[in-house]
Design a protein around this ligand. Structure first.
Ligand code: MRU
Length: 362
């Protein structure tokens, strides 16, 4: 992704692994947009903590970071009880965030590879496999996002006005993004587009992260309050909605950032196409019913306070409490299409994709 720093433009991934030092590096998303900081994660525990505290976030980026965390665990586990230590790292990383399925697909895929190649008790061999496979996952994630961008761009006419929710950009996916990738590709193709960016309370991923990415790319946009999108839809100002996904069930229901469901219902009411952009690995073929998707409940502080880089400012009366589900589920009937790296599908078609990307982050 393009990042403008002191009048220079540089290219960054949101997460990468340096095998020589064994350090994972991330753009610390809790510091954006006002401070661009690269954080170093030296152990799998630090990787787990970065996922939990959302210094790195977004379904595919969580998966990739966890994969690098497994590689670190292989390097750092003692030879004598290697298998036990690796098992502990797997449990720690899996317990960070429950909703995005990419985390479980990447960790499960890596463990299968280590097992299949007879390396579960062989530290040196396991390191080789984990480092290679986790890097491969990161690269494949980028390739998939680029393809999603190409398919998604085909939906945009010149001068289209597009609504997006949360951040499904390069910050959420190593590079390019899912929902934001078609916008990048449209811009590179010379199309004029305009993006309505939902602020995305309570953590403001739209106002803080999506706006920062669009600004760096020179894509025209404005941030709107979450409760303003119906107003703009009703006035005919939005041509298309596009969001990411944390988990898609085989019947095409989509778990994504809290508030997505409301946008999809409003879009249908106003006859606006509503697209979900996600790699095939975001489909959870083991779940038939969206009630089975674990929905993360985060701290009430996110709702009761406004955060900047330095301190939290309490906005609610002391004594009031809050509920803070981080995701909701949009039923398939509200979704026009799911944009994947292998094409655009109607939600009722996606059960056919079973072998196209399981256990991978792409
Ligand atoms: O809680 P977050 O910020 O990790 O939630 C992110 C989202 O809901 C994204 O839309 C989703 O992960 C898709 S990212 C390509």
């Amino acid at each position: 992704m393009k990042v403008k720093i002191n009048n220079r433009t540089e290219n960054y991934r949101c997460v990468w692994f340096e095998p020589e030092s064994g350090i994972i590096k991330i753009i610390n998303q809790n510091k954006l947009p006002h401070k661009f900081e690269i954080a170093e994660l030296k152990t799998y525990m630090e990787a787990a903590d970065a996922i939990k505290t959302m210094a790195v976030r977004g379904a595919p980026a969580i998966g990739v970071t966890a994969g690098f965390g497994i590689a670190q665990a292989c390097v750092q586990a003692p030879k004598q009880n290697f298998t036990d230590c690796l098992g502990k790292a797997v449990e720690t990383l899996k317990s960070t965030r429950p909703t995005a399925v990419n985390l479980f697909h990447v960790i499960g895929g890596l463990l299968n590879k280590i097992n299949d190649m007879g390396a579960i008790e062989d530290k040196e061999k396991a390191i080789e496999i984990a480092v290679f496979e986790s890097q491969k996952t990161a690269n494949e994630t980028i390739d998939a996002c680029k393809k999603i961008g190409e398919f998604g761009n085909g939906l945009f006419k010149n001068k289209y006005k597009i609504l997006t929710h949360c951040n499904a950009g390069a910050l959420a996916c190593v590079d390019f993004g899912t929902a934001l990738s078609p916008m990048r590709i449209a811009k590179y193709a010379g199309k004029e587009i305009f993006v309505f960016v939902d602020e995305t309370r309570p953590r403001l991923q739209g106002a803080k992260l999506t706006a920062w990415e669009l600004l760096n790319e020179g894509i025209e946009h404005k941030i709107i309050a979450d409760n303003a999108s119906g107003y703009f839809m009703q006035k005919g100002e939005i041509d298309l909605c596009i969001v990411g996904a944390d988990r898609i069930t085989a019947n095409g229901d989509v778990a994504n950032k809290i508030g997505t469901y409301e946008k999809a219902v409003l879009a249908k009411e106003n006859s606006i196409p509503f697209y979900v952009a996600a790699p095939v690995s975001t489909i959870d073929f083991n779940i038939q019913n969206s009630n089975q998707i674990p929905i993360e409940e985060r701290s009430e502080d996110d709702v009761l306070t406004v955060k900047d880089n330095k301190k939290d400012i309490r906005i609610a009366p002391v004594g009031s409490h809050a509920l803070n589900p981080a995701f909701d589920v949009t039923p398939a009937k509200y979704i026009t299409g799911i944009i994947t790296e292998i094409g655009i599908f109607r939600p009722e078609e996606i059960h056919k994709l079973t072998n196209a990307g399981q256990n991978k982050n792409v």
